[in-house]
Design a protein around this ligand. Sequence first.
Ligand code: 13P
Length: 257
Amino acid sequence: MRKNIVAANWKMNKNHPEAIELIQSILFSQIPKKTSTFHQVIIATPYLYLREAVLLSQDFPHLYIAAQNCHHQSMGAYTGEIAAQQLESIGVTHVIIGHSERRAYFNEIDEVLLQKIKQALQHHLIPLFCCGEPLEIREANTHLEYIQTQLANTVFQLNPKDFSNIIIAYEPIWAIGTGQTATVAQAQEVHAFIRKLITDKFGTDIAENTSILYGGSCNAQNASSLFAQKDIDGGLIGGASLIAKDFETIVLSNTTQ
Ligand code: 13P
């Protein structure tokens, strides 16, 4: 059975005291008490705080710490970069790959993203792979084809065993940080489409066990109606994950689905 997952993407926010305070607020909230083996709560902090976040959360069985990126090579002369194997060595368990901000601002193309995914899997990190269309593609009504190509070039290149370790996040770019959430129907349409593509490629078992998260202005008010959809297994939360109370509300709304 696929897991209900809520992941926080802090992006480049919070200084050190603020980051520790936010982690502690999450640990002392209702989240650890209300989550079970059917749930995962993933916190993607900036690299700087990962080790401390891993240590603080180590007694919380359903809470995982993620990086927001990793390099596509295993090690070497890449000044300023972080490798998947380094993340693994400090206890990080997940890594976001292919976020639209990385694609747009750091020119990360599908070919490089596939290398990152392989690095992550080789070092036992679970990739949280993002896809999603920009506004002009949505307006042209070609978003399904666009997403199909993103997946075909990346995660659909994996073998079934590797693919079954992937979490997918659908994040329409026009909804990220804009306050303009996709409607429940728009999100469900794309999630069902992605699951159908997975079924066609890898079969029903894998498709039914793949968690597909929604991201893009998901907040404490709209999370429960999104998460109630058949093919929406949780969320990837940006802005609202920086406020402990809001993040708690979002996670708890996913534990009742
Ligand atoms: P917002 O929730 O701030 O729209 O960001 C979504 C996102 O990009 C998560 O990765």
